[in-house]
Design a protein around this ligand. Structure first.
Ligand code: URA
Length: 234
């Protein structure tokens, strides 16, 4: 098995991240720093990442976390902020977040130790729809909803068609659900800003057909077998 896939199967990182680890000299095979990114791991090889031996036999774990705001979506943070890892500290597997939610965004985050699964789920070609509930400033007119649905310019990038559904109009704000198929950095915030209704609060409420439901903030649950199969099929 190719080394980047081996690292992904061991649940250490996605394949893309594994390539970075290799390029940075963080991977050793049989005691020597690996210089060949295309190396094929063979039976009996001892593979180490950052000095720690890895193996591919760890059971795959798939969980759904309701991330609160105020947590970074990384495995560690050099600014010592709380990370989503703090919320899953009792999970007995080396899981990592699939994709990212901003520090100030709450809601649904999948975490796993299955690097291949993570790679597939975040790859742009799979276009997994993601639904966000946003509280935005001001009134979101039908005309603005139409613009968001057709696509807006968010600084050199035109967003692809989205679905927009007003949940409730408030006195000087609007609660709205938006479903997008891309994952540009801060995309939803930029989209609403582009039509003049900045986001005040943002929560991811669904990935594909899987919904956050009533899971309390800061809590997690295991994905069901059906949910895992569904995500793998996409
Ligand atoms: N879009 C955003 O602006 N922020 C997120 O966290 C996710 C999508």
């Amino acid at each position: 098995m190719r080394i980047n896939k081996y690292i992904a199967c061991a649940g250490v990182a996605s394949r893309r991240k594994a390539d970075e680890l290799i390029a940075n000299g963080n991977v050793r095979v049989n005691g020597l720093v690996l210089r060949e990114p295309g190396y094929d791991v063979v039976e009996g090889d001892i593979v180490e990442v950052n000095g720690r031996r890895i193996e591919t036999s760890e059971k795959k774990v798939y969980i759904l976390l309701n991330k609160p705001t105020g947590y970074v979506t990384t495995v560690s943070d050099d600014r010592e902020r709380d990370t989503v890892m703090d919320l899953v500290a009792d999970v007995d597997a080396r899981i990592f977040p699939v994709g990212r939610l901003d520090y100030n965004t709450s809601g649904m985050l999948i975490m796993t130790n299955d690097g291949d699964f993570a790679y597939k789920l975040t790859h742009p070609k799979h276009e997994m729809p993601k639904t966000y509930r946003a509280l935005v400033s001001g009134v979101l007119s039908d005309e603005k909803c139409g613009r968001l649905e057709r696509g807006v310019d968010i600084g050199g990038f035109r967003t692809s068609p989205a679905k927009v559904k007003i949940v409730r109009g408030l006195s000087n704000a609007t609660l709205v659900d938006i479903t997008i198929h891309e994952g540009k950095n801060r995309q939803v915030r930029k989209m609403f800003r582009a039509v003049g209704n900045p986001v005040k609060q943002l929560q991811r409420i669904a990935i594909g057909d899987i919904r956050l439901g009533r899971l309390a903030e800061g809590h997690y649950r295991k994905l069901t077998r059906e949910e895992i199969e569904y995500l793998k099929r996409r």
